[in-house]
Design a protein around this ligand. Structure first.
Ligand code: AMP
Length: 119
């Protein structure tokens, strides 16, 4: 299931380039275009869901979040630590409306960092 005007659907279909970190039949992880940390990778399901509250089937949700650890290991932040962020809706400044998990790390964070508000 895809949404034609969705940029992340186009990345999942290989129609827009991205730097891939991990891929399997169901999910894709790729580098964020505007990284806010030394490690800033996004994980998406290949199928389109607007956000994490969009009735995502358990199996897809499981595959999405099971990929977090794989990405952390591939990016070398599994031991030092990392942060997982899922912006959802306007109040959280979600800018791409295809559910995605931010994996952020590679430097010491403080409480509340990064804001992911572009500030
Ligand atoms: P959010 O604000 O949580 O919706 O995050 C969307 C993220 O997608 C931002 O961190 C953007 O930098 C990132 N982004 C937007 N377009 C692309 C793209 N074509 N390739 C990789 N990352 C992108």
């Amino acid at each position: 299931m895809r949404k034609d005007d969705c940029i992340f659907c186009k990345i999942a279909a290989g129609e827009i380039p991205a730097t891939k970190v991990y891929e399997d039949d169901d999910v894709l992880a790729f580098e964020d275009l505007s990284p806010m940390m030394p490690v800033h990778t996004l994980i998406i399901p290949k199928d389109h869901y607007d956000n994490i509250a969009d009735n995502i089937p358990d199996e897809v949700m499981g595959r999405l979040f099971n990929t977090v650890g794989k990405v952390a290991r591939l990016k070398g932040v599994d031991e030092g630590g990392f942060r997982v962020v899922v912006n959802t809706g306007d109040d959280a400044c979600q800018s791409v409306h295809h559910v995605h998990v931010h994996v952020l790390g590679g430097a010491q964070m403080n409480d509340g960092d990064p804001s992911l508000k572009g500030e």
